[in-house]
Design a protein around this ligand. Structure first.
Ligand code: ADP
Ligand code: MG
Length: 699
């Protein structure tokens, strides 16, 4: 195990980062690359050759033989195609080569990646383009080059391109605001993200006996065990040896890739854990979160464990989420969501805060749909994760302050700080998180927002695209009005008061898990409640959303339509696979187990009867088993029929996905209920796969 000294030398040892580049690149080339990284300026092709060569030499010294353009297609997992560095000579030998052209651009066949109808198969070419803002790294003897992925005709097919675009847009609009506050030093504003990642670990031997876990990542059957999470003894509890060894190795492998894994602990549900990294710029945090998920799974196998990243692997205990902590920072060292200490900082902070309040209210549907998937539908609104209704927590102190601003009164908070715009006063915030609201989908936590709707398996990319773009949209609106204003402070106050007044509806500091909130939110406040994936995804194409994305050139309408289609298709495919797996397990595993057990119960009953012993208990059991099997068979039949009907339900993916939710998914629930009841009466000797108490407690 690594000691404290080796941790420092281990950190980022497999990353072609600034330190390595400074050592290995000519000074002028190094400077150009740094400019590119910091300001997002494109790199000239002459420079690319030099960088590629240095990268190759470094990679080969580290034992790499191949390179790959690594990208994030819409599948949700990353993709890679490996090429060896070799280039044959005429004399039958090879040299190892890597050109600037190969670094900058790749041409993988794009035809088998989801495109939502964007790319006809006859034009299957796709391009990957180097993203110099995210460092190349070595993994498994291969040099990985982070890239963006688009079609031959330029439509984007990945999750990185829109994120990079949204970061540019945010930078541009935030800088306009900073200039208005007299800032002349910042030249770039970046969004930052820290993704807390929850996961489950189960024993590999047990996992291998469950077809549902292998195929779908979640248990499709399983009765409640006698013990769940009710004793609250797992949260922050001490970590079992095997799990601790796993966490150690995971940390080390992440550190080698320059991923700043920081915090680890047990989570609320048994067998559930969490890892939180130190935050980084959104793009890098997104790349690193993908790598983290990949390594979590890979390293678990070495410890005889399987890491489940599904949002709801087990019914009855908490599912796993991913919290996207998000802020914006300028490259002259300010966190723009930090209230600051001076009146100017305070006022600037309030401007960004109110802009975000307006953005979240106007585009709450986009935030909701950035967390939508078949798996996450099990969590949102299920009293363990935020409701499907988007609201914001800013805390009572900040709210009192904004109320005072709106009403032109003094805030009822202790403070001696004056606003530039003439009102009292920004309190010094309690920055510790003790009174944090853990039930809000979007909680202000002192100097950042924590978006808590994401599921554990989600990429953080889409959410960050939304957060960056929606605030940029409002900042742009503010800047448009302010730039021409004669009386800056007067105008600013007017804008902030108006925006707050019109959007404070979205602020809710109470318990987001309560039923009263759902009632108040929907009936009194009129906030949208998109309960499931199929409810919210069509909102992607709402006029206001298309207008915003097109205005800032994040997505074209065609690209949004394609994304919506891809996500809905994914939803129907996931449910289809789950339903088929249930039918298979019911017929091939549960039926035979129940029949075997019934047979043995009945023959025991018959032999007892033959010697004159009456056994009403056994008779009752035999009857119950036989009637339950009949119910099981009926439930399987109904599910199978629903799947047949789904085939002709509709060509239209919007209608088809609704059919899957309303017809197929509900039949799955019914089948599960019968099977789970059978599990509680069939002897464990006969039950065909490990049950919840095995999976959750035998790690
Ligand atoms: P909690 O579990 O209380 O939410 P954690 O410490 O587990 O807190 O996680 C907080 C996360 O927020 C960490 O990943 C941290 O790096 C991240 N974070 C802190 N400051 C910022 C910031 N300015 N921008 C983005 N993320 C941040
Ligand atoms: Mg958190």
């Amino acid at each position: 195990m690594a000691d404290s000294k080796s941790v420092a030398s281990m950190f980022a040892c497999n990353v072609f980062n600034q330190t390595v580049m400074r050592e290995r690149l000519p000074k002028n080339v190094f400077k150009t690359v740094m400019q590119t990284k910091k300001l997002g300026i494109a790199l000239g092709s002459n420079v690319a050759d030099v960088v590629a060569n240095a990268m190759k030499d470094w990679a080969i010294e580290k034992g790499a033989t191949h390179y790959t353009h690594w990208f994030h297609p819409m599948t949700g997992v990353t993709a890679e195609k490996h090429d060896a560095f070799i280039s044959p000579n005429s004399d039958g030998t090879v040299i190892l080569e890597f050109s600037g052209k190969e670094l900058v651009k790749g041409e993988p066949d794009a035809s088998s990646f989801p495109s939502g109808g964007l790319r006809a198969t006859f034009e299957a070419r796709g391009y990957t383009a180097w993203d110099p803002t995210s460092d190349a790294f070595i993994k498994d003897g291969t040099l990985y080059i982070p890239t963006a992925f688009c079609s031959y005709t330029g439509e984007i097919l990945d999750k990185k391109t829109p994120l990079l675009r949204s970061m540019d847009v945010l930078s541009e609009q935030a800088l306009r605001i900073l200039r208005l506050f007299g800032n002349t030093t910042a030249t770039r504003v970046l969004s930052t993200a820290g993704a807390e990642q929850e996961y489950f670990l189960v024993d590999k031997g047990l996992y291998d006996q469950r077809e549902d876990l292998i195929i779908t990542g979640r248990t499709l059957f399983g009765a409640k065990p006698p013990k769940g999470q009710e004793l609250e003894d797992h949260y922050f509890g001490n970590i079992k040896e095997r799990v601790a060894a796993y966490m150690h190795e995971l940390d080390e492998e992440l550190w080698k890739l320059g991923i700043p894994a920081k915090t680890k602990h047990n989570e609320v549900a048994p067998a559930q854990h969490e890892l939180a990294p130190v935050f980084e710029t959104s793009n890098i945090a997104s790349d690193h979160n993908q790598l983290t998920m990949e390594l979590m799974k890979k390293i678990a196998l070495k410890h005889g464990l399987v890491c489940l990243l599904h949002e709801k692997p087990f019914a009855g205990v908490n599912g796993s989420g991913k919290h996207n902590n998000w802020s914006i920072a300028s490259n002259d060292g300010q966190n723009l969501l930090d209230p600051g200490d001076t009146p100017t900082e305070n006022t600037q902070f309030l401007t960004f805060l109110v802009a975000f309040i307006k953005a979240v209210n106007k585009y709450s549907d986009l935030l909701r749909l950035s967390a939508a998937s078949a798996g996450n539908d099990h969590r949102l609104g299920a009293n363990e994760a935020p409701p499907a209704i988007v609201s914001m927590f800013i805390g009572d102190e900040l709210q009192a302050l904004l109320d005072a601003l709106e009403n032109d009164t003094k805030a009822e908070v202790n403070s001696n700080v004056k606003f530039k715009i003439g009102v009292d006063a920004l309190p010094s915030f309690k920055k510790d998180n003790t009174d944090r609201n853990r039930t809000s989908p979007m909680a202000f936590t002192g100097n950042k927002f924590e978006f808590r709707m994401l599921g554990s398996a989600d990429s953080i990319s889409c959410t960050n695209v939304m957060m960056n773009t929606i605030i940029a949209d409002v900042l742009c609106e503010f800047a448009d009005e302010l730039e021409g204003a004669k009386d800056f402070n007067g105008k600013l106050k007017e804008i902030l008061v108006k925006a707050y007044k019109e959007n404070k509806n979205i602020i809710f500091n109470g318990n987001g898990y309560s039923d009263e909130w759902v009632k108040e939110a929907t009936e009194v406040r009129g906030l949208p409640n998109y309960v499931s994936t199929v409810d919210c995804l069509p909102q992607y194409l709402a006029d206001k959303n298309v207008q915003m994305f097109e205005k800032f050139k994040i997505y074209s309408k065609v690209e949004i339509a394609s994304r919506t289609e891809i996500l809905l298709e994914n939803y129907t495919k996931v449910i289809n696979i789950e339903a088929l797996t249930m039918v298979d397990m019911a017929k091939k595993q549960i039926y035979p187990a129940v029949m075997d057990y019934t047979k043995d119960v009945c023959s025991a009953l018959a032999s007892m009867k033959s010697v004159g012993i009456e056994n009403p208990t056994q008779e009752k059991l035999a009857n119950k088993l036989s009637s339950s099997l009949k119910c099981l068979d009926a439930a399987v039949g109904e599910l199978e029929q629903a799947l047949i009907n789904a085939k002709d339900a509709s060509e239209d993916i919007y209608k088809l996905s609704r059919f899957y939710r309303d017809e197929v998914f509900s039949k799955m629930q019914s089948l599960r209920a019968v099977a789970d009841e059978l599990e509680t009466i069939v002897s464990e000797k006969y039950w065909p796969f490990p049950v919840y108490s095995d999976l959750l407690f035998r790690v």
